[in-house]
Write a protein that binds this ligand. Structure first.
Ligand code: NAD
Ligand code: ZN
Length: 357
């Protein structure tokens, strides 16, 4: 189980980190970041005595962007660790979004058969999703997350202060996963996520809701760490969402993951309502919120075959069926639900109608 440490103020961050780092030799501590987190987040860490713990030569900086979650970047990280004398008893601090926590976790887990790593998620998406749950890896051969291992972080340091430099789109992208967690948990949490104000992440209430959202995933992963059953519920919104996401990449107008998931939620909640009696009022409130925060993805019924084709290729499917995680109510999860293509198209019809296309 991964430990969560919270830094409620930026000033607390170096203190929390010093506590973590004191278990390691000072010359055995390394930090991985990307060009953006180097600029915006590293200065928050390198103060209060942490400058000495994190000398420039122990900072490994990648270029930003998911295309750098690659074998070349991985080799680069291993090379630096090797040249600087890292050992099995070293520590890698991953300072970044999901790109950095995924590749950093994988690099650390495989270097000398595994050294410790601590995640410091700097995007909302990484905080509520990527940084926890033990999935690490890289993209390979043009395929997302093709190579990787399950390997939990030693600790996750939560500091909403990092999100101050995030743009609105990246905040919204993380918010989509929070909405999903709200739907997977209970009415109270769903409602507080629905009312969440994304404009000021440094308020204490924001921090509390963030932690509750993280705990939704923690609780599910604790019961099913390697996704044999219950963990599949975290795919809510993702069967249609991944199809939207890769379709936008093909159209050379890529959208952020969370946007695709939010739009996927509209279709999958529709299916939940049609097949499992998901309550209409909760459906309505959720989809209006999605329209409000995320706007709409424009497509037409001519694109249905391309979209359903992508759903068929979803790696979570067994055989020729398209499988979903659906809900009969908030927190009432039904995994491995096979849905006929005709009904999936009906959910896309509903989407287009609702979004006004
Ligand atoms: N392991 C998992 O369980 C899991 C779950 C979900 C997503 N993921 C992975 O996570 C990645 C997506 O994560 P992401 O959305 O955080 O992407 P990301 O790490 O690429 O970050 C998005 C952008 O924000 C920048 N950035 C990060 N923190 C910033 C800050 N505080 N201020 C300003 N800019 C900042 C980054 O440099 C990047 O340009 C994907 O690779 C996805 O596959 C993994
Ligand atoms: Zn997701």
């Amino acid at each position: 189980m991964e430990n969560l440490t919270q830094a409620r103020h930026a000033e607390e961050l170096p203190t929390r980190l010093r506590e973590i780092c004191r278990h390691y030799d000072q010359d055995q501590i390394f930090l991985l970041c990307d060009s953006n987190t180097h600029r915006h987040c590293l200065p928050l860490l390198r103060q209060g005595g942490m400058e000495a713990v994190l000398p420039e030569e122990h900072i490994i900086c990648l270029e930003a962007g998911d295309k750098h979650k690659s074998i070349d970047s991985l080799t680069f990280i291993w090379q630096v660790l090797s040249q600087k004398g890292a050992t099995r008893h070293s520590l890698l601090l991953n300072l970044g979004g999901g790109m950095i926590t995924d590749i950093g976790g994988f690099a650390a887990s495989t270097f000398k058969r595994g050294m410790d790593f601590v995640n410091l998620p700097t995007t909302l998406l990484a905080c509520v999703d990527a940084a926890q749950g033990g999935k690490t890896g890289i993209n390979f051969n043009g395929l997302k997350n093709e190579i990787g291992v399950f390997s939990p972080a030693k600790e996750i340091v939560v500091c909403p202060f990092f999100f101050q430099s995030l743009d609105r789109q990246n905040l919204a992208s993380g918010y989509a996963e929070m909405l999903k967690h709200g739907l997977l948990s209970d009415q109270e949490h769903w409602l507080e996520v629905l009312r969440l104000d994304l404009s000021d992440c440094c308020r204490p209430e924001f921090g509390s809701i963030l932690l509750r959202s993280m705990q939704v995933k923690t609780a599910i992963v604790a019961q099913d760490p390697t996704e044999k059953g219950l963990r599949k519920s975290l795919n809510l919104g993702h069967t249609v969402g991944h199809a939207f996401e890769s379709w936008t990449h093909e159209q050379s107008q890529p959208v952020l993951h969370g946007y695709a998931v939010a739009w996927g939620l509209v279709c999958e909640l529709y299916l939940s309502m049609r097949l499992l009696g998901f309550p209409k009022d909760i459906f309505q409130q959720t989809i209006y919120q999605i329209k409000d925060v995320f706007g709409a993805l424009p497509f037409s019924c001519k694109d249905y075959p391309a979209l359903t084709e992508k759903m068929h290729h979803d790696k979570k499917n067994a055989g020729h069926n398209i499988q979903f995680a659906l809900l009969s109510d908030i927190g009432q999860i039904h995994i491995d639900q096979v849905v006929e293509e005709k009904l999936i198209e009906e959910s896309l019809d509903f989407y287009l109608d609702f979004m006004g296309y």
